[in-house]
Design a protein around this ligand. Structure first.
Ligand SMILES: [Zn+2]
Ligand SMILES: [Zn+2]
Length: 315
């Protein structure tokens, strides 16, 4: 592929369960910038600390004049907004727990996500109301921004844009975010079941939108979940994907791209595999198994990456 990187990604949390210190959260910024957004916010501080250890924030210096620790400096000064796919705890715990010591930020999501944060989390019963709406005294650390689906918004204090697409996650609303910088894009899926089982065309609509950008080489990567290895009964998926369902969805995308020049329309596309759930069964190596199953199924020529907490990469 042609490719000077456009985006920088820092993995704050990469998994979908059994690691309460490593749950879905990805910092994204344009390559030359250190003004990040987070895509979901399951784990924030533990991820920032891990990345500091690994040298992944060597482009950010805490000024000597500041009394902040390096992790505090990054959280307060360099994470400009949170984009939340849905309000399950593994996607919001980091922003809830860090609200008291964070800086003022916007939280972006579709209406249902924002309403659920307002009604069920920041309501003084589960946690103080750090937001600008809802029950009781409003501490106004977070300002809610409701994204209308399929409309593009500028993300304040960053050089990025976002467009939200609704997903179905065991019938519960979830979101895919189409994130732009310059004229290039990343596609991030929150938790989602396969369209065939959710009885929707939610992912199909995202693919309809994505196909021309792939054709024009303007989509840099797709973040999409695989929660469980194969085989897993459809009625035990609870709104998630397996390797075979995820590849099935990628094939639906592939079939939307005209194949005049190539037999493999998705050849070389980077697919970042999120939300793998570990297991307590000591005989199952989930990550290795999922990687092998994806490689086995991969006749599309896509490049699968299973991200690790604390790493930084360029897209
Ligand atoms: Zn979920
Ligand atoms: Zn989840």
């Amino acid at each position: 592929m042609n490719k000077t990187p456009v985006f920088k990604v820092v993995v704050l949390g990469a998994r979908g369960g059994l690691h309460e210190d490593n749950l879905s959260a990805y910092l994204v910024a344009p390559v030359e910038s250190t003004s990040y957004i987070s895509l979901d916010a399951g784990t924030i501080l533990a991820g920032i600390r891990k990345c500091l250890e690994k040298g992944g924030f060597d482009d950010i210096k805490t000024p000597e004049s500041s009394n902040l620790t390096p992790d505090g400096w990054i959280l307060q000064k360099h994470v400009k907004a949170h984009l939340i796919s849905h309000t399950h705890l593994d996607h919001v715990a980091g922003l809830v727990l860090n609200a008291p010591d964070g800086s003022k930020k916007n939280i972006l999501g579709i209406k249902q996500t924002i309403d659920h944060l307002r009604d069920h989390l920041f309501n003084w019963k589960v946690w103080p109301n750090f937001s600008n709406e809802g029950d009781g005294f409003q501490l106004k650390k977070y300002r809610y921004i409701r994204l209308k689906p399929e409309q593009e918004y500028k993300i304040n204090q960053t050089a990025m844009t976002v467009k939200a697409f609704k997903l179905s996650h065991c019938g519960y609303p979830s979101t895919a975010f189409w994130v732009g910088a310059e004229d290039q894009y990343l596609l991030y899926f929150g938790d989602t079941g396969p369209d065939a089982l959710e009885k929707t065309n939610s992912i199909g609509k995202v693919w309809d939108y994505s196909a021309p950008f792939i054709q024009n080489k303007r989509l840099r990567a797709i973040f999409i979940e695989v929660s469980f290895p194969d085989p897993r009964a459809d009625d035990q998926l609870f709104g998630h994907l397996t390797p075979s369902w995820m590849v099935h969805e990628l094939k639906r995308l592939s079939s939307r791209i005209s194949t005049q020049n190539t037999k493999k329309p998705l050849e070389g596309i980077t697919v970042i595999v999120t939300h793998i759930k570990s297991t307590f069964d000591k005989n199952i190596k989930v990550i290795q198994t999922i990687k092998e199953q994806l490689d086995e199924l991969n006749d599309l020529g896509v490049k699968f990456i299973i991200p690790e907490q604390g790493e930084r990469f360029y897209l």
